[in-house]
Design a protein around this ligand. Structure first.
Ligand code: NAD
Ligand code: UDP
Length: 341
């Protein structure tokens, strides 16, 4: 079976993808500098699957280090998760974001070229559609104007990969545009483990539920949506991880570039998420309404047709599954992976 190299593989999506790849029979190698993760996530992925993952403590920008990893292993495909992802921080520290997220991409592509590795999947984001495109977002739409440097690193990386594939027709690239991944592996052994105050909705809710935060602030209740709060396309991280397995199957068999949305196609509002979390888990979430968050748009969700047709993948889990599994992870690991370090 083919070997897949996960750059940034100790992170939230990387660790869940490692589990699904191993369960599908792929060999998995991972490298991470743990700037936003812990090696414990990879150990837990091994425990869930009963299989081993060769894990390197390495900065993906370091081409010498990467060359060593590619020398030691016969790598068939690369999944590029390695990036900084906090939208607000990217506006405060744009150079840090451009340096990290673009350099990781260039180093990976140069090393792939050096070792003749032709298949790459990139963790892109729905943010590349910008705010002008109509919803639902479809892959045939042009990339839009991003509202922050993080978004631009995703748009730029897509462009870099497209240019690389144009210059080398034997290259095979899948740009996976994630919508809003939430939840955790049903075992509760791996999950989202943000450092400090969570930026994203679901980890904030689970931290309120576990008593680490007092109250959720709902950013805006005067949007032109049914209940006035923003609507997003939330997708269970295990479904998302399975989408990577399908994308790996695909990328190994084709050449050229394909952008593919990974979403459910169904949006939910912030208040619907809070309501579902409370109902499914039998806990109360204290919340108050606050001002809108800069850069938020009222609503977006995926047209998920291309993923179904090209990759033979559709999201299967419900919002209730997402809420149950997010809470199961947080309850069992109130301090994330830090308890095991
Ligand atoms: P994460 O922070 O949990 O995972 C990213 C991993 O990359 C971390 O383990 C981090 O330590 C590592 N990393 C960062 N820079 C590195 C470097 N220079 N060298 C080595 N390792 C490095 O985030 P995630 O949620 O798992 O996201 C994975 C990818 O998907 C990211 O590129 C992110 O931008 C993208 N994405 C995430 C979301 C989301 O909502 N989680 C949505 C769209 C896109
Ligand atoms: N949100 C919120 N309070 C929070 C975090 C997020 O009301 O503490 C809202 C946010 O305004 C957005 C939705 O929840 O409408 C999802 O936000 P998240 O940051 O998780 O994803 P993004 O909007 O960046 O895709």
């Amino acid at each position: 079976m083919a070997t897949v190299f996960l750059a940034g593989g100790a992170g939230y999506i990387g660790s869940h993808t490692a589990v699904e790849l191993l369960e599908a029979g792929y060999e998995v190698i991972a490298a991470d500098n743990f700037c936003n993760s812990s090696p414990e996530s990879v150990r837990r992925a091994e425990q869930i699957t009963g299989k081993t993952i060769r894990l390197y403590d390495a900065d993906i920008r370091d081409t010498r280090r990467l060359a060593g990893i590619f020398q030691e292993n016969r790598i068939d495909a690369v999944i590029h998760f390695a990036g900084l992802k906090a939208v607000g921080e990217s506006a405060e520290k744009p150079l840090l974001y451009y340096r990290n997220n673009i350099d990781t991409t260039l180093s990976l592509l140069e090393t792939m070229q050096q070792f003749g590795v032709k298949h790459v999947i990139f963790s892109s984001s729905a943010t590349v559609y910008g705010s002008e495109n109509p919803i639902p977002y479809t892959e045939t739409m042009r990339r839009g104007v991003c509202s922050n440097p993080y978004g631009w690193t995703k748009a730029m990386t897509e462009q870099i990969l497209e240019d690389a594939a144009k210059a080398d027709p034997s290259l095979s690239v899948v740009l996976l545009r994630y919508f809003n991944p939430i939840g955790a592996h049903p075992s509760g052994m791996i999950g989202e483990d943000p450092c400090g105050i969570p930026n994203n909705l679901m980890p904030y809710i689970t931290q309120v539920a576990v008593g680490k935060r007092e109250c959720l602030t709902v950013f805006g209740n005067d949007y032109p949506t049914p209940d006035g709060t923003c609507r997003r396309d939330y997708i269970h991280v295990t479904d998302l991880a399975k989408g990577h397995v399908k994308a790996t199957d695909y990328v190994l068999q084709h050449t050229g570039v394909e952008a593919v949305n990974l979403g459910t196609g169904t949006p939910y509002s912030v208040l619907e998420i809070v309501e579902a979390f409370e109902r499914v888990n039998g806990v109360k979430i204290a919340y108050r309404f606050g001002p809108r968050r800069a850069g938020d748009i009222p609503e977006f969700y995926a047209n998920a047709d291309k993923a179904r047709e090209l990759l033979h993948w559709t999201a299967e889990k419900t919002l209730d599954d997402m809420c149950r599994d997010a809470w199961n992870w947080q309850k069992q690991n109130p301090n994330g992976f830090r308890d095991s370090e």
